[in-house]
Ligand binder design. Structure first.
Ligand code: IVH
Length: 761
């Protein structure tokens, strides 16, 4: 790196002479403001480490704006005020690249062999013997944006051009000037002509915010506004925006990764950096953003390690990448390798499996969730994306489906990044088959045929079938059985699928009837399948004729009869072995001893999550008190607002829900009931605490229980809303954050004192 740093010593531009003759009296102040604003913009946009508050930056900015307005002769193109965009253009001018903008060969093999193949090629072309030392590379991220060439003359940005066909691009200077991360003026010591090449891109969070804003605009009826399918598309739209004032509102970022023409004192000469890594470090010194991930990799093994490391990192990066790039580090070797057509032999792009792919929509199904929510789901021709084969993508709800306007037969872009559920991000309108019909949400439940309603102000249609609906029963059982609720081990998706198809049949009839119907045995009740149901219905019809005391009562399997399952029922199920049947029965038995919050949460009342269930249990003490509570009484509970109160009341107003509760209790589900805690005894209601580190005597659970008993909420992370942080030994970043935000901090003694003070009225 030595020689590139020496550059600074060698090329110090003559400093502008302050107070020289004929100079405007305000010029020094304008220059000082330029210097300060450039410096703080660099700290803010590139280093992500502002040194002054935003308000102070704004003050300096306004001072400069005022000076420029009063003395237009002091306005220059590199002024920080010139980032806001100017009058719209009719078209972009063409720019001939003095040094062509090359592309890189792509290694199509996304496996590690891609890196091996590149290294082998480089070694062969350099004529290296098998035992010659490994070649040194720089491994970088392959940013998913647009290549850009930035031309600086005398340290001032004079032109920004897109790649175009590599020979000729478009002049997008006005738009690029609005990108905060791109320096308008470079520090002293840079060559008089410098073209920096890199990628303009949009961060994912900026993209989300932009799309949110676009949606608001569309909702407000603004014509010609649209949302963007991905950050790349949004960045491309911003760069090619003829009105730079619009471009200024599209948040772009930049990474430098190379240079084009570089002239020292007007003559082309050898670059004084001897390696690509030195070039990157120099660009960073010259205030360009350079991705921190670039690293030296020696030989194919380290290239493979980099590829693997970045594959893991990929989903957590704040921007999209579509692979990595390997470049031979020494410039002398790069020169020796040269080019084939438009591609250098010394670089290669090694891709990752794509996170976006095209596929076709085979159908649109509507699925029914636990609370009856109807969700449209696109059924897709199987497509390998983000490392898995995707066949479904949620369309969320009616509005979302309409907004995306996905139709059966459409060609769509499917995206799957990380663990995120696959999504249809856009439709290729030009590929839509003739006669494709817009999707409409059904107004009846596709599972049980009950009416589906969308209430005012709600995004979702809901099936009104309640526990009559098999889909809702299934989800209700799964929710009830989950670990955080009743914790019934082994009662998973597949088993519930089988159970839910069955009917619990309660009856009394002579023994021979049982025998006649084979597996339909037992006195207390049995499980019957749909086809058995037909037989039983027939029997029921015949019962008067036959004068037998036979009154089968069919109840679909669901929460209510879960605890009535017996071994003989389970053994009837597909491939259920003795052992697993017994395990499930044991798990059911064990789950009967529970707590009121778990039971309440398990009931799956809309808007009642674990925290609310705890609040309700603490406030009322007993389940019956909750069942009987009016909305007003429910509103007294910590954190329960009108929507939640209404939802709880509605749930218990439905007789069948109360019946389910009774049945579960009758089967032996029980919990210790407590005394109601009145709001007056909840002095910390509405306050949020965060615990961090190890307290001297209290365990974390104990401290949490004490706080919750006083009505406080205990959260996992510190935010502006945190009331107190309780810190013990080895408290980490949470304590730092609390100090940063000025949140009161207590130690254990302080906590005990606070709680004690609350006890004494
Ligand atoms: S170097 C001579 N480095 O990939 C090599 N390109 O086809 C010139 N890209 O158009 C490019 N990340 O837009 C280089 N770290 C990186 C890159 C990168 C993304 C893009 C660039 C170029 C394309 C290569």
């Amino acid at each position: 790196m030595g020689d590139s740093l020496d550059l600074f010593a060698a090329f110090t531009e003559e400093a502008p002479e302050n107070g020289s003759e004929g100079q405007h009296p305000q010029a020094p102040r304008v220059q000082e403001l330029h210097r300060q604003l450039h410096h703080h913009a660099h700290c803010y946009y590139v280093l992500d480490a502002p040194e002054i508050p935003d308000a102070e930056y704004d003050r300096l900015f306004r001072e400069l704006q005022a000076l420029e307005a009063a003395h237009p002769e002091l306005l220059s193109s590199d002024s920080p005020t010139q980032r806001v965009g100017g009058a719209p253009l009719d078209a972009f001018a063409s720019v001939r690249h003095r040094v062509p903008m090359l592309s890189i060969r792509t290694e199509t093999d996304t496996e590690s062999s891609g890196a091996q193949a590149f290294d082998a090629r480089v070694r062969r072309e350099l004529g290296l013997a098998a035992d010659a030392p490994a070649v040194e590379y720089v491994a970088e991220l392959k940013f998913d944006g647009l290549a850009m060439s930035l031309r600086y003359e005398q340290g001032v940005l004079v032109q920004a051009a897109t790649r175009g066909d590599g020979e000729t691009g478009e002049d997008v200077t006005a738009n690029i000037r609005t990108v905060g991360q791109i320096p308008l003026r470079l520090p002293e010591g840079v060559p008089p002509v410098l073209e920096v090449r890199g990628e303009v891109y949009m961060r994912r969070d900026d993209f989300e915010r932009l799309n949110e804003r676009q949606r608001d605009r569309i909702a407000a009826g603004e014509k010609n506004e649209k949302t963007f399918v991905n950050p790349r598309n949004a960045a491309a739209g911003a760069v090619r925006q003829l009105d730079s004032r619009i471009a200024a509102q599209r948040p772009l970022s930049f990474f430098a990764y190379g240079v084009g023409e570089v002239l020292w004192d007007g003559q082309a000469s050898q670059p004084p950096w001897a390696s690509h890594m030195e070039l990157l470090q120099t660009l960073k010194k010259w205030s360009f953003p350079v991705a921190e991930h670039a690293s030296i990799a020696v030989g194919a093994t380290e290239l493979i390690a980099f590829h693997e490391r970045v594959a893991v990192l990929r989903d957590n990066l704040p921007f999209d990448i579509d692979g990595v790039v390997y470049k031979v580090n020494r410039l002398a070797l790069q020169q020796q390798l040269g080019f084939v057509t438009r591609e250098p032999r010394w670089a290669v792009a090694h891709k990752f499996p794509a996170q976006e792919m095209l596929t076709t929509v085979l159908g649109i199904d509507v699925q029914v969730g636990r609370t009856g929510k109807l969700t449209p789901v696109a059924k897709l021709a199987p497509v390998f994306v983000g490392g898995v084969t995707v066949t479904n993508a949620t369309l969320h709800n009616e509005d979302e489906a309409r907004r995306k306007d996905v139709r059966v037969g459409d060609t769509v872009i499917v995206r799957r990044a990380g663990d995120v559920i696959p999504e249809v991000v856009g439709v290729l309108a030009e590929k839509r088959p003739d006669g494709a019909q817009p999707f409409t949400m059904p107004h009846v439940c596709p599972v049980c045929g009950s009416v589906a309603l969308r209430e005012d102000g709600e995004a979702d249609y809901r099936c009104t079938g309640g526990l009559f609906c098999a889909a809702q029963r299934k989800q209700a059982v799964l929710h009830f059985a989950q670990r955080r609720a009743m914790d019934i081990e082994g009662l998973g998706d597949k088993l519930v699928d089988q159970l839910i198809e069955l009917y619990f049949c309660k009856f009394s009839c002579p023994l021979d009837t049982h025998r006649k119907y084979g597996r339909l045995t037992g006195y207390g009740g049995f499980l019957a399948s749909v086809s058995d149901k037909k037989i039983i219905t027939k029997l029921r019809l015949n019962k008067n004729k036959r004068k037998e005391k036979f009154k089968p009562q069919l109840i679909p399997m669901g929460l209510a009869n879960l605890y009535q399952l017996e071994a003989m029922h389970l053994l009837e199920l597909d491939r259920m072995a003795d052992k697993s049947a017994q395990n499930l029965l044991d798990a059911l038995e064990k789950s009967k001893t529970t707590t009121l919050p778990r039971f309440l949460f398990g009931l799956g009342i809309r808007h009642v999550g674990e925290a609310t269930a705890k609040d309700l249990a603490r406030h009322f003490g007993k389940l019956d008190a909750i069942i009987q509570a009016s909305e007003e009484q429910l509103l007294q509970v910590n954190d329960v607002g009108p929507v939640v109160a209404h939802s709880i009341r509605t749930f218990f107003d439905q007789a069948h829900n109360v019946e389910v509760v009774e049945q579960l209790r009758a089967c032996g589900v029980h919990w210790p009931e407590g005394e109601p805690v009145q709001p007056t005894a909840m002095p910390l209601a509405g306050q949020t605490f965060v615990l961090t580190g190890t307290l001297p005597t209290l365990s974390r659970e104990q401290a949490k229980a004490l706080l919750e008993a006083a009505g406080a909420k205990v959260a996992g992370s510190v935010s502006k809303k945190t009331s107190y942080v309780v810190a013990g030994a080895e408290a980490g970043s949470k304590l730092d954050k609390a100090q940063e935000l000025g949140i009161p901090i207590l130690d254990e003694t302080g906590l005990q004192a606070l709680l004690a003070a609350l006890q004494t009225p």
